[in-house]
Design a protein around this ligand. Structure first.
Ligand code: PNS
Length: 170
């Protein structure tokens, strides 16, 4: 039985992340999403809120576990009895930092392997920061994030709630 963890900030989760989780679940017996509780990084949502948004986005039928963690990703992996860390790769530009992290993680804990999954083409340009920026400036983000995340972003960024019909019409 192979358990994989998928660590990240998820501030907030978007369709690209969900795609990686779905693919990971097709490969591994158990997938645990690890939401980094890192006070050094300025996040729009608290770790608790980010984890809740991940759970809500996955839906009630999902068997993917969602936990938040602080400290090293490899230590979180070991605590979950995982031997795999999953990371999504969008483009070659991700590779440099991801490669660095993977090698450092291997040095820290050789029993944990990093597996990269490519995001689907449709999600290649998605990032949480871009989505927050677009939303903060009044751009539409429908379809890039689950509806529950869209609502949370609109509320947190002080944007008036838009019904699907209103957004389609705008
Ligand atoms: O979604 P992100 O922000 O790209 O995820 C980065 C994350 C959480 C995977 C990375 O920052 C991480 O693993 N942080 C935990 C601390 C750690 O293990 N640092 C050493 C990495 S080599």
């Amino acid at each position: 039985m192979t358990i994989a963890v998928y660590p990240g900030s998820f501030d907030p989760i978007h369709e690209g992340h969900l795609d990686v989780i779905k693919r990971a679940r097709q490969i591994f017996d158990e997938v645990v999403v690890g939401v980094l509780d890192n006070t050094a990084k300025a996040c729009l949502f608290s770790a608790e809120e980010r984890a809740t948004l991940v759970r809500q986005s996955l839906g009630p039928d999902s068997d993917v576990q969602v936990r938040h963690f602080s400290g090293l990703a490899v230590e979180f992996a070991v605590s979950q009895r995982a031997t795999v860390i999953v990371r999504g790769l969008r483009a070659v530009s991700d590779l440099d930092s991801e490669f660095q992290m993977a090698l450092m993680n291997r040095r820290l804990e050789p029993r944990v392997h990093t597996v990269f999954l490519t995001t689907s083409f449709a999600n290649v340009y998605l990032s949480s920061s871009l989505i927050k920026d677009v939303c903060a400036h009044g751009g539409g983000i429908r379809g890039l994030v689950p509806a529950v995340v869209e609502d949370a972003l609109n509320r947190r960024l002080g944007r008036p709630h838009q019904s699907p019909a209103a957004e389609e019409a705008s």
